[in-house]
Design a protein around this ligand. Structure first.
Ligand SMILES: [Ca+2]
Ligand SMILES: [Ca+2]
Ligand SMILES: [Ca+2]
Ligand SMILES: [Ca+2]
Length: 422
C-alpha cells in the first residue's frame, strides 16, 4: 500500500523560480478559476452525497435537511453556470453514494486541503469519481480512493474524454478497480492531461490496457514529478500508451502484469513516449515470454529515453528491463538489455550495472515516493552534464522531490533517474 506524504512548501526548500513560474503559467493557462468570495466559488459543507435542489439558480443547496452544499450539488451548479468555477472541499471525507459519476462539463477547479486532509471515496457503488467531458478542469490537493467496478471500462477513477484538458496536481488516485483501460486514469477522445506531484497507486484492472493509466491514440499525458506504483493488469501494469506520453522526473515502480499470454509490468508503449530523468524499476511480468513485452519498458512505437534508470524489472524469476527499440538520447542506466535495441545517442549510457537504489519511500521531504541512489551508485553524477529542456534530453532543473539539481551553482552533475542525491 503506497502512502503519499504531501508536505506544504513555504519557500523553505530550494525551488528554482523559473520552473515554478512555468508550472503556474501552465496551470492557469487552462482557465481563470474564481477565488473565495467571488461569484462562482462554491464551498462544500458536508461529506454526504445528494443532488442540488434547484440546479441553475447559482446556489449550491442540496436536497438534504438544512440544504448543505454537497460536492455533487456544487458540480451541478458549476456546470450550469457560465464560465469557470471553483469548488472548495474542505478537510473531510466526501463519500459518493449516488449512482452517477460526477461529470464536469464546464471549467471547474476542485480543490481540497491536501491529500491527507481531503478525500473523495466510493460508498459501495460501481462508478468513477469524475468524468472530465470536453472541458478544462483542475483537480488538486486531495485523494480519490476505492472507485470503479467490475464491469467498468475506461478510467475506474477518472476518465478524461472529448478533448478535455485536465490538470491533476498533488493528488492521489488509489485502490481503483476496472474491467479494462485503467482503474486509475484514462485519456480518450483527443484529450490532454498533466499529472504533477501526484501518485497513481495500487489500482487494478481485471482485463487489459493499463492498470494505472491508459492513453488512447490522439490523447496526450504528461507525468511530471509523479509516481505510478503498485498497479496491476494483464497487459500493462503501470501505463499503456497508444497516444503521446511524457514521463519527466517521475517514478514507475512495482507495477505488475498478470497474464497467461503476454504482458508488460511497467510501461507498454505503442504510441510515442518521451522519458527523461525518470526511474522505471521493480516492475514485473509473470506471463510467458514473447517478443513484445518486458518486465519494465516495452516499445513497439517510438520511445525516446534520456537520463533514465531502467533496472531491476523482472520477467518471472529473471531480470528483464526492456523490449523493442529504444531511441536513446544518452545518459541512461539500463541494466539488462538482451531484448532491446538501443539506438540513437549512446553517450553516457551505462548497461549491465545495478543502480543500487533505496526502496520506494519518501526522500528529501518530497511530495511523492521515490527511489534514492545510494552513495556509490553508478547513477550518481552520471546524467547529462548540460541542464536544459527535458524535452530534448537535457538534465531537468528540479528532481521529483522538488530539489534543485544544482548544476549551475556547484558544478556537480545531474544524477540519472528521478531523484537527485547531489
Ligand atoms: Ca442550486
Ligand atoms: Ca461553469
Ligand atoms: Ca539489478
Ligand atoms: Ca548529482
Amino acid at each position: 500500500m503506497a502512502k503519499t506524504n504531501f508536505i506544504r512548501h513555504n519557500g523553505i526548500r530550494r525551488v528554482a523560480p523559473a520552473a515554478v513560474v512555468s508550472l503556474t503559467a501552465l496551470l492557469s493557462a487552462c482557465a481563470s478559476y474564481p477565488n473565495a468570495g467571488q461569484t462562482g466559488h462554491f464551498v462544500v459543507t458536508t461529506g454526504e452525497d445528494a443532488d442540488d435542489n434547484n440546479i441553475g439558480d447559482g446556489d449550491c443547496e442540496s436536497t438534504l435537511s438544512g440544504n448543505p452544499c454537497t460536492l455533487r450539488a456544487a458540480v451541478s451548479e458549476s456546470n450550469a453556470m457560465m464560465g469557470a468555477n471553483t469548488i472548495k472541499l474542505g478537510s473531510r471525507e466526501h463519500r459518493l453514494s449516488m449512482v452517477d459519476d460526477l461529470t464536469l462539463t464546464g471549467p471547474t477547479k476542485i480543490e481540497g486541503d491536501g491529500p491527507n486532509e481531503t478525500s473523495i471515496t466510493n460508498d459501495d457503488r460501481d462508478g468513477r469519481a469524475f468524468i472530465i467531458d470536453g472541458t478544462p478542469a483542475w483537480i488538486t490537493q486531495l485523494t480519490m480512493t476505492d472507485f470503479g467496478g467490475v464491469l467498468l471500462d475506461f478510467g475506474g477513477t477518472v476518465w478524461v474524454d472529448e478533448a478535455a484538458n485536465l490538470t491533476l496536481s498533488r493528488v492521489r488516485i488509489e485502490n481503483g478497480f476496472a474491467f479494462n483501460h485503467a482503474a486509475g486514469l484514462a485519456l480518450t477522445g483527443n484529450s490532454r492531461a498533466i499529472v504533477t506531484e501526484s501518485a497513481i497507486s495500487d489500482n487494478m484492472v481485471a482485463g487489459a490496457f493499463g492498470g494505472g493509466v491508459y492513453i488512447q491514440e490522439g490523447s496526450r499525458l504528461t507525468l511530471l514529478r509523479s509516481t505510478v506504483d503498485g498497479n496491476v493488469s494483464n497487459r500493462a501494469g503501470g501505463v499503456y500508451n497508444f497516444g503521446e506520453l511524457w514521463i519527466l522526473d517521475s517514478t514507475i515502480s512495482g507495477n505488475s502484469a498478470d497474464s497467461d499470454t503476454g504482458g508488460t509490468g511497467g510501461v507498454l508503449n505503442i504510441g510515442v513516449v518521451t522519458i527523461n530523468n525518470s526511474t522505471i524499476v521493480d516492475n514485473s511480468s509473470n506471463s510467458p515470454n514473447d517478443d513484445t513485452h518486458s518486465g519494465g519498458l516495452a516499445n513497439s512505437g517510438l520511445a525516446r529515453v534520456s537520463n533514465t534508470i531502467v533496472a531491476n524489472n523482472m520477467w518471472g524469476n529473471s531480470e528483464n528491463d526492456c523490449n523493442g527499440e529504444i531511441e536513446s538520447r544518452g545518459y541512461n542506466l539500463i541494466e539488462e538489455t538482451d531484448d532491446c535495441d538501443i539506438e540513437g545517442s549512446t553517450t553516457g549510457n551505462i548497461t549491465g550495472q545495478d543502480p543500487d537504489l533505496s526502496g520506494l519511500a519518501f526522500h528529501a521531504g518530497g511530495p511523492t515516493q521515490t527511489h534514492r541512489p545510494q552513495s556509490g551508485s553508478p547513477a550518481v553524477d552520471a546524467g547529462n552534464p548540460q541542464r536544459g529542456s527535458p524535452h530534448n534530453g537535457f538534465c531537468s532543473t528540479l528532481d521529483q522531490a522538488l530539489q534543485d539539481r544544482q548544476l549551475s551553482t556547484s558544478g556537480q552533475r545531474c544524477d540519472i533517474g528521478s531523484f537527485e542525491s547531489n
